[in-house]
Design a protein around this ligand. Structure first.
Ligand code: ADP
Ligand code: MG
Length: 711
C-alpha cells in the first residue's frame, strides 16, 4: 500500500487543486509529510482564564470569562443610539460596546464589524469566554474584536493553538483557521501510518517522546508540558541526525585517509620552545597538544584553528611545523597576500633562530635565481619550512617530503587551490587551517562538523585593551586632532572606508573624497599618507602597504583590504569611517589591526547622523566588548546564522526546521556527543537497530554536501 505520507496534499479533504498549488508555490508544501513537518512558529495559549483586574495592554493575548452587563450602540460620529431606536437602526450602527464583568472587575468589549450578530448573541446576564489582544483605550484596557465562545465549548477549552507562518497571497485562500483544519485532517489520516524514526534505545537514552506524540502535540498541544516534550523530541532528532550525518563522514574519512605518523617531538621543537621570550598561554598549550595527538595517530589531521586576532596562532603553527621537522618532514605555511607572507616569514625566522631549521619565502615576486634555489632546497629537503603565497601551489614546486600544510585565513583560499597542495605529497599531508574570524561553537560544529576544531580562547597576558569610541561625523576635526597627537608621539594610524560593493562607484567616491580630506588635513612634508584599495594593481598595493608597514607613511587610508592579518605594532589608531555600514565581524577584524604593540591603542568608529537602530546596536556592542567570540555570538543572535559574515561562502549545510543554531547550542552539543557514541559503537550504522537512522539520513534534507575536502 502506498504510504499516505508521500501522497499529494491535493487529495486531502478540504484542499483541492487550487489550494494545493498555492501551498506548494508559497510554502513549498507538496506532500502530506511536508505538511506535517510544517510547524507553528508560535502558539496562542488559551489554557488559562485571566481575571479582568489583571488584564493589561502589554499582554499578548488574554482570555477572560465574564458576564455581559450592558450593551451600547453608536452611530457614526460617536452618537449613542437610544434603546427605542435599536431595532430599526441596527444596520446603520458603527460600533458596539459591550460591558462585561467577572467579579474581579469590568471591561469593555468593542466591535466595529458583525454588529448585529454580536448584539443579538451577547445578551445581558449571559456568560462568555472572550479571547483577544488587550488594548489601551484612553485610560482603560479593552478588547477589540475578540473571539467569543460559550464556556465549555471546544474552542474555549482547546488550550493552546498553533499559529503557522504564512504569506499574503496564501492568507487569502488559506486562513489560519483553515490551516489548522488541514493539519487536523492530515494528522488524522496519517497518524496510523507514521512510523517511529528513531530506534528505541535512542529514545530511551534521551528521554524522548514518540514521533506520533510529538507530531500531534507540536500541532495541537494538549498542554504546555506536552508541547515542550514534543518540541524537545523534534529538535533533538533534527540536530542528532544532522550531527550523525556530519560525523559519519568524518569517521569515514579518518579511517580512509591514512596520515603520516609523527611520533617524536624532536630537538628543534625543544630549542624553539625553550628560547621563547614568553611562556605559551594555556590555550596555546592545549591546542598544541591536540595537534600533536592528531599527527601521531596514524590518520590525516584536518583541523581548524580558531583564534581571535593576536591570540598567537603563528606560534602554534611554527611549533606544529617543528614537530613535522623532528620526524623528517617539511611544512609549508600559506598566506593569502604577499605582505602577510612576508610578515609571517620575518616572525617565523625569528622563532627559528636557535633551531637550525632552514626557512624560506616564496611569493610571486621572488626572483628567478632565488626561486631556482628554493625549488632545489625543497626537493633535496634542506628547506624545512617554506612560507609563501599562492606561488607555493604551482606545479613547479616539489617537496622531498611534505608532511604538514598550514593555511592562514582559510576563506581567501578556494577549495580547489587547497586540494592542489595535497597532490604534492605521497599521502595527503596533515592540514591545519587557521582563521581569525571567530565563529560561534554551535555554528562551527555544523559548518565544519566533519573537521576537528581547536580554539585559542585566551589572549597573551599584558595586552592592553583597545579603547573603542563612537563619534558623529561632524566631530571629524576632533578625530583628526587626536590622530595628530598620536602621530606626534611617533605612532601611525589607519583610516578605513567601507567598500561593500566592489563595483559600486559611490563607494570609491567616498574613498577618494576621504583621501583628499585626509591629505588636506595632514599635509606634506610633515605627514605622509599612503592609500591602498582594490583597484590598484598588486605592485601599487604592495608599495603603499610596505611604506606603511616600514613606517615611512604615518597614515594608511584604505578599504577593507587590510582586514586580514597585517601586523603593524606601531599603529595605535584605527579610524573606521561610516562605521554604521560595516558588519560586526568586519569591525572586529579591523579593530584587531591595532593594539598589537605595547602602547595604548584606540579604535574610533565614525558614524553617520542617520545611523539606524540596528547599526547603533552593533556600534554599542563594539564599544562594550573586545571578545571576538562574544561578538560572534551576538552577531548570530542579531542576524541569524544564515547571514553571518564569513559563512556565506560555505553556506549552511541544511535548513533546520525547528531547531535553531543560535538558541539551541546546548542541545546541539548533547546531540553531537550522543551521535559520537552511536557511531563509536556502530561506525557504518550497519546494525539492525540503527536501520531507521540510515533511512532518515537518506532523506534529501540530510544529504549534506561533502565538506571533508574543505582543505
Ligand atoms: P594571530 O593569532 O593574530 O596570528 P600572532 O601569532 O601574530 O597572532 O601573535 C600576536 C603577537 O603575540 C605576536 O607578536 C606574538 O609574538 C605574540 N605572542 C604569541 N604568543 C604569545 C604568548 N604566549 N605570550 C606573549 N606574546 C605572545
Ligand atoms: Mg596571524
Amino acid at each position: 500500500m502506498d504510504n499516505i505520507l508521500d501522497s499529494s496534499i491535493q487529495y486531502l479533504k478540504g484542499v483541492g487543486p487550487r489550494r494545493a498549488e498555492l501551498l506548494k508555490a508559497e510554502l513549498g508544501i507538496g506532500t502530506v509529510r511536508e505538511l506535517l513537518e510544517f510547524f507553528p512558529f508560535r502558539y496562542v495559549d488559551r489554557s488559562g482564564i485571566t481575571p479582568i483586574a489583571q488584564a493589561r495592554p502589554d499582554l499578548a493575548y488574554i482570555q477572560i470569562e465574564a458576564r455581559v452587563v450592558s450593551r451600547a450602540l453608536y452611530a457614526s460620529g460617536g452618537v449613542q443610539i437610544i434603546p427605542d431606536e435599536r431595532k430599526q437602526k441596527l444596520n446603520s450602527c458603527k460600533r458596539l460596546v459591550v460591558t462585561v464583568e467577572d467579579g474581579s472587575g469590568s471591561m469593555e468589549i468593542v466591535f466595529f464589524k458583525g454588529i448585529r450578530w454580536n448584539y443579538e448573541r451577547l445578551e445581558p446576564g449571559k456568560t462568555f469566554v472572550f479571547f483577544g489582544k488587550p488594548q489601551l483605550f484612553g485610560q482603560r484596557t479593552n478588547l477589540v474584536h475578540p473571539e467569543v465562545d460559550s464556556p465549555g465549548t471546544a474552542a474555549a477549552e482547546n488550550s493552546i493553538s498553533g499559529v503557522y507562518p504564512s504569506t499574503e497571497r496564501l492568507r487569502a485562500a488559506v486562513t489560519g483557521k483553515t490551516m489548522c483544519k488541514l493539519m487536523a485532517t492530515a494528522l488524522e489520516a496519517a497518524l496510523p501510518q507514521i512510523e517511529e524514526t528513531l530506534p528505541d534505545y535512542v529514545m530511551k537514552d534521551n528521554g524522548l517522546v514518540s514521533l506520533k506524540f510529538a507530531l500531534r502535540n507540536i500541532h495541537f498541544p494538549k498542554d504546555q508540558s506536552s508541547l515542550e516534550k514534543a518540541r524537545y523530541r523534534l529538535k533533538f532528532e533534527e540536530l542528532f541526525l544532522l550531527q550523525l550525518s556530519l560525523l559519519r563522514q568524518k569517521f569515514k574519512r579518518s579511517r580512509a585517509e591514512k596520515g603520516y605518523v609523527f611520533s617524536k617531538v624532536g630537538a628543534s621543537f625543544h630549542s624553539c620552545y625553550n628560547s621563547l621570550p614568553f611562556s605559551l598561554t594555556e590555550a596555546q598549550k592545549r591546542v598544541i597538544r591536540e595537534i600533536r595527538t592528531d599527527m601521531s595517530g596514524g590518520r590525516q589531521m584536518n583541523r581548524l584553528l580558531q583564534g581571535d586576532v593576536g591570540s598567537g596562532k603563528t606560534m602554534v603553527a611554527v611549533l606544529s611545523c617543528l614537530i613535522a621537522e623532528g620526524n623528517g618532514f617539511q611544512s609549508c605555511i600559506m598566506a593569502p597576500t604577499e605582505v602577510l607572507a612576508r610578515q609571517h616569514y620575518a616572525n617565523i625566522s625569528k622563532y627559528l633562530a636557535n633551531t637550525g631549521v632552514k626557512c624560506a619565502l616564496l611569493t610571486g615576486s621572488t626572483s628567478r635565481k632565488d626561486r631556482a634555489e628554493i625549488h632545489a632546497g625543497l626537493e633535496d629537503g634542506s628547506i624545512g619550512i617554506i612560507v609563501g603565497t599562492h606561488a607555493l601551489i604551482e606545479d613547479s614546486v616539489k617537496f622531498r617530503a611534505l608532511g604538514l600544510a598550514v593555511i592562514d585565513e582559510q576563506h581567501r583560499f578556494g577549495v580547489e587551490q587547497r586540494s592542489r597542495l595535497w597532490a604534492k605529497s605521497a599521502i595527503p599531508p596533515h592540514v591545519l587551517v587557521m582563521t581569525a574570524t571567530p565563529i560561534p561553537r554551535t555554528l562551527a560544529m555544523t559548518l565544519y562538523g566533519d573537521l576537528d576544531v581547536s580554539v585559542i580562547d585566551e589572549l597573551p597576558p599584558g595586552r592592553k585593551p583597545v579603547r573603542t569610541m563612537c563619534v558623529s561625523e561632524h566631530r571629524k576635526n576632533a578625530v583628526f586632532d587626536f590622530m595628530k597627537k598620536e602621530i606626534g608621539k611617533g605612532r601611525q594610524a589607519f583610516v578605513v572606508y567601507p567598500l561593500i560593493f566592489e563595483s559600486e562607484k559611490s563607494d570609491y567616491k567616498n574613498l577618494e573624497n576621504g583621501y583628499e580630506e585626509i591629505v588636506k588635513a595632514f599635509p606634506l612634508p610633515e605627514y605622509k599618507v599612503a592609500i591602498v584599495h582594490g583597484r590598484q594593481n598588486s605592485e601599487e598595493k604592495e608599495f603603499n602597504m610596505s611604506a606603511f608597514v616600514a613606517g615611512r607613511a604615518n597614515i594608511l587610508v584604505s578599504t577593507t583590504v587590510i582586514e586580514v592579518g597585517v601586523d603593524v605594532p606601531n599603529a595605535s589608531v584605527m579610524v573606521i569611517e561610516s562605521a554604521q555600514r560595516f558588519g560586526l565581524s568586519q569591525l572586529h577584524q579591523l579593530r584587531g589591526r591595532v593594539g598589537r604593540g605595547s602602547d595604548e591603542s584606540y579604535c574610533i568608529l565614525v558614524k553617520d547622523d542617520k545611523t539606524g537602530k540596528d547599526a547603533q546596536e552593533r556600534l554599542d556592542l563594539m564599544c562594550a566588548t573586545e571578545d571576538g567570540f562574544e561578538i560572534a555570538e551576538q552577531d548570530m543572535r542579531m542576524r541569524g546564522p544564515g547571514d553571518m559574515e564569513g559563512t556565506q561562502q560555505s553556506g549552511l549545510p541544511v535548513n533546520l526546521h525547528i531547531a535553531s543554531l543560535a538558541k539551541d547550542g546546548q542541545l546541539l552539543s548533547m546531540a553531537r556527543e550522543y551521535a559520537t557514541k552511536v557511531l563509536e559503537r556502530d561506525p557504518d550504522l550497519s546494525l539492525g537497530v540503527n536501520r531507521p537512522l540510515v533511512l532518515q539520513l537518506r532523506r534529501e534534507k540530510y544529504g549534506i554536501r561533502d565538506f571533508s575536502k574543505i582543505s
